[in-house]
Design a protein around this ligand. Structure first.
Ligand SMILES: C[S@@+](CC[C@H](N)C(=O)[O-])C[C@H]1O[C@@H](n2cnc3c(N)ncnc32)[C@H](O)[C@@H]1O
Length: 183
């Protein structure tokens, strides 16, 4: 996004670590993750990415690209160490869109209150939030996810949109939540 001259700020716990720490960790888990992918190949759609080898090289090149921008991005406050649901250092409606990918709704063990508080804080600083996907780590719909969506439906515009992107089977839906007073 930055390369395309867009304006984007990312928040994650991982930004507390140095480039070297992250690089080392990627090296440590690479084989284990690829082994897990090999064992669970049937749970994925091999349409855009056609093989395990292509997946590994695509992910490694994305990580290299991220790491090459990491220190500059940290200095420019584009990568910000932050733990949700703590208050974000921005005022109301600062961002047009807030995106959470493969985190909120997915880690159901964090519990209902965590997800409600985190998404409420995102909705404070963003005019609209988008959560993808809307299944848990095993690609299942859960009561927790349903309850969180029901909660926001009371006061916000909530929309579920089908995505063209589907890698893990069944994870092809995006949740959009907007403040009612934003057109
Ligand atoms: C499965 S990864 C997804 C990373 C990235 N969004 C993506 O789609 O590739 C989940 C991320 O959530 C971050 N995370 C976990 N707990 C968090 C919290 N309380 N606040 C902010 N980030 C958190 C982790 O550090 C990790 O990078």
């Amino acid at each position: 996004m930055t390369e395309r001259n867009g304006s984007v700020i990312s928040f994650d716990l991982i930004y507390q670590f140095s480039k070297e720490d992250i690089e080392k960790r990627i090296g440590e888990v690479r084989t284990t993750i690829m082994q897990q992918m090999r064992e669970n190949m049937d749970n994925y759609v091999w349409k855009n990415i056609k093989s395990l080898e292509e997946l590994e090289s695509t992910r490694m090149s994305a990580m290299r690209k991220f790491l090459s921008d990491y220190e500059k991005g940290k200095a420019e406050r584009r990568y910000v160490f932050h733990e949700l649901p703590d208050k974000l250092p921005y005022g109301a409606d600062y961002f047009d869109i807030g995106l959470s990918s493969h985190f909120l709704l997915m880690y159901t063990s964090l519990g209902y209150n965590f997800h409600i508080a985190s998404m409420t804080e995102m909705l404070r600083v963003c005019k609209e939030i988008r959560i993808f996907p809307i299944v848990d780590l095993d690609a299942n719909k859960t009561d927790l996810i349903k309850n969180v969506i029901d909660y926001f439906q009371r006061d916000y515009n909530v929309e579920i949109v089908k995505t063209e992107y589907e890698f893990q089977k069944g994870d092809n839906k995006l949740l959009i939540i907007r403040n009612r007073d934003v057109i």
